[in-house]
Design a protein around this ligand. Structure first.
Ligand SMILES: Cc1cc2nc3c(=O)[nH]c(=O)nc-3n(C[C@H](O)[C@H](O)[C@H](O)COP(=O)(O)OP(=O)(O)OC[C@H]3O[C@@H](n4cnc5c(N)ncnc54)[C@H](O)[C@@H]3O)c2cc1C
Length: 511
């Protein structure tokens, strides 16, 4: 590289941005890359402002957010994702078939996704909003009802026209959506904006600090080598690479926590009757059983998505059942008493007849439970181990973690993906601020604001979710009495319920 270009590159590396320099450097980089051969492990790495490892909901949101903001739209961005993104590009689902990986998106997350131009790419006919929740204790039967309009008050954040419903947010607690519907929308938004170098089907093989080359001092810069041998140097390396984050490992950041010895059993279900698309407000149901909560959440039409947290052994038994017996067990989980459920888990088959007989001898109100499950979508039953993990820090020199790379939480409050969206929003704001002030976006000092804001907010929420799991994972009579009393009192305190509801809907504030 000639001395002029060398000094331009040095200026660029020290954070100085100038369009002419960038153009000259781009031209030089192209010729340099051609001469040394892109992907040549011996050549200088390609230099990026942000390299994001992981193309899940968190990573794709970050790239879409950076590209869509005028201040950050000129940053040089790259994505490395192990899996092929072709299924996201060609996402053309059958109308009556749904992925078993669904997440409830809070109005705050949807507001953010809308702001970065991604929400309009989501297939809206596959999203179902709900405006209330019924949560109850599987041992004592004590329950609490949440209703955005009634008990919770309005939730700011989602524009009226977004769902075509009434009220400040259409009375929405959350939007149930397939993860693939979200990620394919985010990828569409990124490709619409252009300007992100996407390395898909490539794994991060190695991350090491760079060298002091004649053209640039990369000694404090992470240099990522992918499985194809491509090398990328990052001013800021973002780990959006999930719970086993290689970026977090490289940064030497500990992630602490425990395994719950529980799995989240998921399935796509078909309900009797008009389903959730019928008259009236859509409600999500969650019953706390001693083995873990079972939740049924609305999808369009008469479809529903199940998240049943239970022990690995009971999940294995459920998976081995015939579709009819599996559906009977799901119905039983919302209706029958816990001793009945315990017995039903011990038999190898015949649950369907056993449940219908036991239902006739059990007192429950049909208005208080989800509609009958009549079928399970073939191939949709799966399970995922549940754990609590929190990284000691979200940042390090030239490193930031977002999403599950930073935290994994029990799904009982449906917050994991939403926390990731909160991280991305905060990190984007942090990068915008640094670019606007001519600061280096990758130094630890300049990332501090992001790390502090998100760590504590997530920490509080994760603590609450973990305690809820533990509180309900016991049949001890004293504990059951106290928790039922507490639930009954909260159910009568509309102000407290409103506060809980607003937190569940993602309103920023106290957490
Ligand atoms: C049963 C269940 C139900 C849930 N329900 C909800 C809910 O209702 N609401 C909610 O908010 N959250 C929910 N969650 C949590 C939510 O699914 C996760 O928090 C979210 O998917 C995490 O997104 P992410 O982008 O951070 O990580 P991931 O989705 O794990 O994405 C990480 C990406 O990184 C890639 N990657 C990994 N390693 C490498 C590498 N070495 N090189 C390149 N790429 C790599 C992976 O291929 C992947 O695409 C639920 C979770 C479970 C298990």
């Amino acid at each position: 590289m000639n001395p002029v270009l060398s000094s331009l590159r040095a200026r660029q590396l020290s954070g100085v941005r100038c369009r002419t320099c960038a153009r000259l450097l781009r031209r030089e980089k192209r010729s340099f890359a051609t001469a040394s051969g892109a992907g040549d492990p011996e050549g200088d790495p390609e230099i990026y402002d942000v390299v994001c490892v992981g193309g899940g909901p968190a990573g794709l949101s970050l790239l879409a957010a950076l590209r869509s903001h005028p201040t950050t739209s000129r940053l040089r961005l790259a994505l490395i994702e192990t899996q092929s993104l072709t299924p996201l590009r060609t996402f053309a689902p059958q109308p009556d078939s749904y992925s078993n990986r669904c997440s409830s998106l809070t109005p705050a997350s949807v507001g953010f996704l809308d702001g970065i131009g991604a929400w309009r790419h989501v297939r809206r006919e596959r999203v179902m909003s709900y405006g209330g929740m019924r949560v109850w204790d599987g041992v004592s039967g004590e329950s609490i009802g949440f209703d955005v309009d009634g008990g919770g008050g309005g939730v700011e954040g989602v524009k009226e026209e977004r769902e075509g419903t009434e009220g400040s947010n259409g009375g929405v607690v959350a939007y149930m959506n397939e993860n693939v519907n979200l990620t394919s929308a985010l990828l569409r938004r990124i490709e619409e904006l252009g300007g992100v170098d996407i390395l898909e089907g490539e794994k991060v093989e190695d991350i090491a600090f760079g060298e002091d080359t004649p053209t640039a001092d990369l000694t404090s810069w992470p240099v990522i080598t992918t499985s194809s041998g491509t090398r990328l140097a990052a001013r800021l390396l973002v780990g959006a690479d999930g719970a086993n984050s290689p970026v977090r490992t490289f940064a030497g950041i500990e992630s602490r926590g425990w395994d719950y010895n529980r799995v989240g059993l998921v399935a796509t279900l078909k309900l009797s009757g008009p389903g959730w698309g019928g008259e009236g407000k859509k409600i999500a149901y969650q019953r706390f059983l001693p083995t873990g909560p079972v939740a049924m959440l609305p999808l369009p039409g008469n479809m529903s998505t199940l998240v049943w947290s239970t022990t690995p052994a009971l999940a294995a038994r459920l998976k081995s059942l015939s579709p009819e017996d599996f559906c009977a067990m799901v119905n039983a989980a919302f209706r029958l008493r816990t001793p009945d459920l315990k017995f039903l888990h011990t038999i190898e088959g015949g649950q369907k007849d056993e449940v219908s007989w036991r239902e006739t001898h059990t007192k429950f109100s049909r208005e208080q439970v989800p509609q009958d499950v009549v079928a399970v979508q073939p191939g949709s039953i799966a399970s995922f181990p549940l754990k609590f993990r929190h990284a000691d820090s979200y940042i390090s020199q030239r490193i930031a973690l977002v999403g599950d790379a930073a935290h994994s939480v029990h799904p009982l409050a449906g917050q994991g993906l939403n926390q990731g969206q909160g991280d991305v929003e905060a990190l984007t704001q942090n990068i915008i601020y640094n670019v606007e002030h001519g600061a280096d976006i990758g130094t630890r000092m300049n990332l501090e604001g992001y790390g502090k804001e998100r760590y504590w907010r997530n920490h509080v929420l994760m603590g609450v979710v973990d305690k809820l799991h533990k509180l309900y994972a016991t049949e001890n009579l004293g504990v059951v009495r106290v928790r039922s009393l507490g639930l009954g009192i909260v159910d009568r305190l509309e102000g407290v319920k409103g506060w809980v509801m607003r937190r569940a809907a993602g309103e920023r504030g106290l957490f």
